[in-house]
Design a protein around this ligand. Structure first.
Ligand code: MG
Length: 393
C-alpha cells in the first residue's frame, strides 16, 4: 500500500478516561481503585489527488496513577502539561518523525507521562504512514511488502498487590498460575515479606517467583533480604529508596538473588549511574516513566551494551500504552516476562479492540496490522471519558 507523502496534522484531541478497577490495588505506599489515563488522538489529513483526501489517526496514552502515590505526576498535572504546553508546542510545528519529536520534548522539563502519551501517538501514526507494524518501526526490523513477518510472542507475568490475608494471596497465586502466567510477582512491605514468600514456596514449590518492595526498606533491613536470598527468587525488585544507588550496590554485592531496579531507573542518566555502581543486575523499564518509546528504546540499548537484561514494566496502563509497550518488548534484551497482563486483569473494561489476551500458556501474541494492530474503541472512549479537549493547528 502506498501512502500519500503529504499528510499534515490537523488536530489533537485529548480524552481523559476513567475506568474502575475490579478491586483496589495496594502496594507499600498507597492504594488506587480507578484507572485514569489521557488518550492522545492525533489526526492527520492526506491529499491524494485534487479533491481527494484521506485521514489517518495515531493514538497514544499518558497514564499516570491517580493520587500520585507512585510518582509526582498525577492525571491532573499530566492533563495540564499536555493541554497547555506539549500539544500547543507540537501543533505549532508538527514533527512526525517520532525520534526527532522525542528529542524536541527535551526542551520541556519533566512530564514524562505527558511526553509518552504524545510521542506514542506520533509512533502509531508514523508506522501507519510507513505501512509497517509498530514493532518493526521500533526495532528497525526490515519488513518487506507482501512478506509475512511476525514478532516473537511475549511472556506475561502476573503481579499481585498486598493482600489482606496470606490465604487470599495464595488463592490469587493459584488463580494466576492456572491462567497460565509465566511468573508470579508479589508485593512486599516491612512486616509482610519473608512469611509471604515462605507460604508461596511451601504451597507452590519452585515456581518462577519474584518480589517487589516498591522502595519500602532501608539498608538496615538487610537481614530481610538475607533471608529472602534463600528462596531462589528470580529477582528482588526495588528494595531500597529510589535515590539509594550506592546502598543498592552494597546490598547486591551480598546477595545471590539479582536486584532489579524499577523506581530508580527513571532517566538515562540514572541508568548510567546504576550501571557504573553495580546497583542492579536487572532493570525494569517503563515507557511512561522514561517519557516515551524512544527514550525507553535508548535505555534498552544502554543496558544491553552493559550486559544487563531488562523487562517491560507497567503503571499499569490501559490498552493503548500497554500495546505499544509490547511492541517495544519484542527487542532482544527484554528477557523476562512483562508485567503487561490481559486487559481484563485489572479493569472492568478496556478501550481497545481486540483486548489484550494471554494464552493458556502465558503468552501475548501481537495482532497483525499496521501501527499497533489494536484499534481504539471509540464508543468505549466516549463512554468512559470524563473530559475532552480539542486543539487544532
Ligand atoms: Mg515495581
Amino acid at each position: 500500500m502506498t501512502r500519500p507523502n503529504s499528510f499534515t496534522v490537523s488536530a489533537i484531541r485529548l480524552h481523559w478516561i476513567r475506568i474502575p478497577l475490579h478491586e483496589p490495588f495496594r502496594i507499600s505506599n498507597g492504594e488506587v481503585s480507578t484507572k485514569d489515563a489521557i488518550l492522545v488522538e492525533l489526526q492527520a489529513q492526506g491529499y491524494d489527488a485534487p479533491g481527494s483526501t484521506s485521514a489517518l489517526t495515531g493514538w497514544g496514552e499518558a497514564s499516570p496513577m491517580a493520587g500520585g502515590f507512585y510518582s509526582a505526576e498525577t492525571p491532573e498535572s499530566t492533563w495540564d502539561a499536555l493541554r497547555l504546553q506539549l500539544v500547543p508546542g507540537f501543533l505549532k510545528q508538527p514533527e512526525l518523525d517520532p525520534r526527532r519529536c522525542s528529542e524536541r520534548f527535551e526542551e520541556f522539563p519533566g512530564e514524562p507521562f505527558a511526553k509518552a502519551g504524545l510521542e506514542g501517538a506520533v509512533w502509531d501514526l508514523c508506522s501507519q504512514l510507513n505501512s509497517r507494524p509498530l514493532w518493526a518501526e521500533l526495532t528497525g526490523v526490515e519488513v518487506r511488502e507482501g512478506q509475512i513477518a511476525k514478532p516473537r510472542d511475549l511472556a506475561s507475568g502476573a503481579a499481585i498487590g498486598l493482600m489482606p490475608t496470606v490465604d487470599l494471596l495464595l488463592e490469587r497465586v493459584a488463580r494466576f498460575l492456572d491462567e497460565g502466567y509465566r511468573r508470579i510477582k508479589i508485593k512486599i512491605e516491612p512486616g509482610h515479606d519473608v512469611e509471604l514468600v515462605r507460604a508461596v514456596r511451601q504451597r507452590f514449590g519452585d515456581i518462577p517467583l519474584m518480589v517487589d518492595a516498591n522502595a519500602a526498606y532501608r539498608l538496615e533491613d538487610r537481614h530481610v533480604f538475607d533471608e529472602l536470598d534463600g528462596f531462589g527468587l528470580m529477582m528482588i525488585e526495588q528494595p531500597l529508596a529510589r535515590e539509594a544507588l550506592a546502598e543498592h550496590a552494597d546490598l547486591q554485592r551480598h546477595l545471590r538473588t539479582p536486584i532489579c531496579l524499577d523506581e530508580s531507573a527513571d532517566t538515562l542518566d540514572s541508568i548510567r549511574e546504576i550501571i557504573r555502581l553495580g546497583s542492579a543486575r536487572i532493570l525494569n523499564l517503563k515507557v511512561q516513566r522514561m517519557g516515551g518509546l524512544w527514550p525507553a528504546r535508548c535505555a534498552h540499548d544502554l543496558v544491553l551494551s552493559a550486559g544487563i537484561p531488562c523487562w517491560l514494566g507497567t503503571m499499569p496502563e490501559l490498552g493503548i500504552a500497554s500495546a505499544q509497550g509490547l511492541h517495544l518488548a519484542t527487542l532482544p534484551n527484554f528477557k523476562f516476562p512483562t508485567d503487561v497482563e490481559a486487559s481484563e486483569r485489572w479493569y472492568v473494561d478496556d478501550i481497545i479492540t481486540p483486548p489484550i489476551e494471554v494464552s493458556r500458556d502465558g503468552f501475548i501474541e501481537l495482532p497483525d496490522g499496521l501501527g499497533m494492530g489494536y484499534q481504539a474503541d471509540l464508543e468505549k472512549v466516549s463512554r468512559y471519558r470524563v473530559r475532552l479537549e480539542e486543539l487544532r493547528t
